[in-house]
Design a protein around this ligand. Structure first.
Ligand code: SF4
Ligand code: F3S
Length: 104
């Protein structure tokens, strides 16, 4: 599966939702997550994210993100249409440790 990671937080560009063939993105206030049980591993969303926040969970150290995507995709509503990114999305891109600082 692919998972959404740190740099999505407060960037939330939402280009990813437009390309997913199985509509498996879920929306929280500050970020989106992928439902790992629905993702078919097509990889199409990865290059679409301007924040480079989407990664295959086979990369090292992504266990906590797999957990977070699994947990919140069960709680948050499905999203299939791109909305407007936060006004300061570009300024927030690349800020470190967003999970600890901004996740709510
Ligand atoms: Fe959707 Fe494919 Fe991305 Fe999985 S890898 S979330 S199926 S676009
Ligand atoms: Fe987040 Fe990138 Fe999608 S910033 S909302 S994963 S396009």
């Amino acid at each position: 599966t692919y998972v959404v990671t740190d740099n999505c937080i407060r960037c939330k560009y939402m280009d990813c939702v437009e390309v997913c063939p199985v509509d498996c993105f879920y929306e929280g206030e500050n970020m989106l997550v992928i439902n790992p049980n629905e993702c078919i591993d097509c990889g199409v969303c990865e290059p679409e994210c301007p924040a480079e926040a989407i990664l295959p969970d086979t990369e090292n150290g992504l266990e906590k993100w797999l957990e977070l995507n699994t947990k919140y995709s069960a709680e948050w509503p499905n999203i299939t249409v791109k909305g407007e990114a936060p006004a300061d999305a570009d300024a927030m891109s690349g800020v470190e440790n967003k999970l600890e600082q901004f996740f709510s």
